[in-house]
Design a protein around this ligand. Structure first.
Ligand code: THU
Length: 133
């Protein structure tokens, strides 16, 4: 089992948050996640002059996960511009679910919380498999 060092994840989330490109909302976001092979992947939000095209920090994290070898997400810390734990938006919960499943844990003000609580009865890859049977 991979040990989760929440402090390192928090530090890395704050570090990548400082690199966010959020000139429109002025709401920088950073996220750092532990992968099942022990590496840490990070992401920050990247906005666009065409506002609706902005990418959330979790999108960037998932891109980095895949680009650096893939694997399963074990745990993550997501922060706002003050370094406080941030609640990922609904779309981003779905993105994280794809690569972490129900056991993936997110740090919240109430402590580590599994995806099964954050996104109950989530739609995922297994539902597509069910249909093919
Ligand atoms: N944002 C994220 O990066 N992740 C979330 O889960 C919530 C929102 C970003 C999108 C936008 O750039 C800014 O925060 C304000 O909504």
């Amino acid at each position: 089992m991979t040990t989760i060092n929440w402090e390192i994840l928090h530090t890395q989330a704050k570090a990548i948050m400082a690199k966010a490109y959020a000139p429109y909302s002025k709401f920088p976001v950073g996220v750092a996640a532990l992968v099942d092979d022990g590496r840490i992947v990070t992401g920050c939000n990247v906005e666009n002059a065409s506002y609706g095209l902005g990418l959330c920090a979790e999108c960037s994290l998932v891109s980095n996960l895949i680009a650096t070898g893939g694997g399963r997400l074990i745990a993550a810390v997501c922060v706002d511009g003050d370094g406080n734990f941030l609640s990922p938006c609904g779309r981003c919960r779905q993105l994280l679910f794809e690569h972490g499943g129900n056991s993936f844990q997110l740090m919240t003000p109430d402590g580590p919380t599994p995806m099964s609580t954050l996104l109950p009865w989530a739609f995922g890859p297994e539902d597509l498999e069910e249909f093919k049977k």
